[in-house]
Design a protein around this ligand. Structure first.
Ligand SMILES: Nc1ncnc2c1ncn2[C@@H]1O[C@H](COP(=O)(O)OP(=O)(O)O)[C@@H](O)[C@H]1O
Ligand SMILES: [Mg+2]
Length: 325
């Protein structure tokens, strides 16, 4: 049985569609990643799955169940940001959570000790949550999500704003949870996070599913390599555009894009074949254009996104910000 099954989900806010005809199948026991730029509809999707939002249409099943209360029993939710009462200790907040989830009062202390141990909250449990660092707070959020022993844990951007060490600690913890048989659905706009953790990934853009599979499958389907060409360390726009126009003509180049964040580097997706570098050097030198640097690598999930949407995840986020301004 699938851990989560979403069929034709649609959700709009004030007539504006945020998630459109989205279907997902999350098998049990995996870490499943929902990847997409900010504003893609990730939070909306998982809030619908967690019964916190009512879909306009479509169906949602969690462990085969459709009823709201039954779903909430099966599923733990860790929101991106939790407004903690800073005066209460971690343990007190977990007590509240226990009551909220209708855990019998007698069983709450034991349940709390279990999750405190699980997330290694230890000494912090009896300190005021207002004193916690971001990483410790996130552990408390995880403890709260796990208190009623859900079979499925849903996390929204679990490592946003955390330092690298806390981030790695969360990754390790999620992998341990998976090993214990819990199904994990997490959203992220960090490619590396999804790449490192997810057994399967659904990439969404502007409310629509644009690709689904294992990270390796998605990259392999691309069938090409990423090539980054710089004409200078920081290339003037006009020169970079000229270079890109030349390279885009080459038969093995599948897509091309200028990256202002990399000093107008030219990013290409090329067919994986012999002689690519030589052909690029020749084409540029025939036009009297300099070659400052060349690098070729296996594609990343960002390249998958780029190949399908024509922009990088970062670009998609910037475009959305512009739109809102
Ligand atoms: N409560 C809301 N009211 C109106 N629009 C919203 C609300 N929540 C999200 N949106 C819009 O819906 C779209 C998807 O948002 P969201 O699901 O939060 O995306 P993500 O989590 O991928 O960043 C965005 O355009 C966002 O502005
Ligand atoms: Mg979000």
């Amino acid at each position: 049985m699938l851990a989560i099954e979403v069929k034709n989900l649609r959700k709009s806010y004030q007539g504006k569609v945020a998630v459109d005809d989205l279907s997902l199948e999350v098998p049990p026991g995996v870490i499943y990643g929902l990847l997409g730029p900010n504003g893609a509809g990730k939070t909306t999707t998982i809030r619908c799955i967690c019964t916190l939002l009512q879909p306009d249409r479509g169906t949602i099943k969690v462990c085969g169940l459709t009823e709201e209360r039954a779903i909430r029993q099966k599923l733990g939710y860790v929101a991106q940001e939790v407004a903690l009462d800073k005066v209460l200790t971690g343990r007190e907040l977990l007590e509240l959570q226990g009551a909220l989830y209708h855990i019998p009062p007698r069983e709450i202390p034991k349940a709390i000790d279990r999750v405190i141990d699980l997330v290694q909250l230890g000494e912090y449990a009896d300190k005021r949550s207002g004193t916690y660092s971001g990483g410790i707070r996130k552990r408390l959020d995880l403890a709260a999500g796990l208190l009623h022993q859900p079979e499925v844990l849903v996390l929204d951007e679990p490592t946003v704003g955390l330092d690298i060490q806390s981030r790695l600690a969360i990754w390790e913890f999620l992998q341990k949870l998976r090993a214990s048989g819990i199904t994990i659905l997490l959203t992220s706009h960090y490619l590396e996070e999804i790449d490192a953790l997810a057994d399967r990934v659904a990439i969404i853009d502007r409310g629509k599913l644009i690709a689904e599979g294992t990270p390796d499958q998605l990259k392999q389907n691309l069938g090409g390599d990423r090539v980054t060409v710089k004409l200078r360390e920081f290339t003037e726009l006009e020169l970079a555009q000229k270079g890109m126009a030349v390279l885009a003509q080459l038969p093995f180049v599948r897509s091309s894009l200028l990256n202002p964040a990399q000093g107008n580097a030219i990013n290409l997706i090329v067919n994986r074949e012999a002689g690519v570098q030589q052909a690029i050097e020749t084409a540029l030198s025939e036009q009297g254009l300099p070659l400052f640097s060349y690098s070729q690598s296996r594609p990343s999930l960002d390249d998958v996104f780029l190949a399908i949407t024509g922009q990088t995840i970062l670009d998609a986020e910037l475009a959305l910000l512009e739109q809102k301004r």
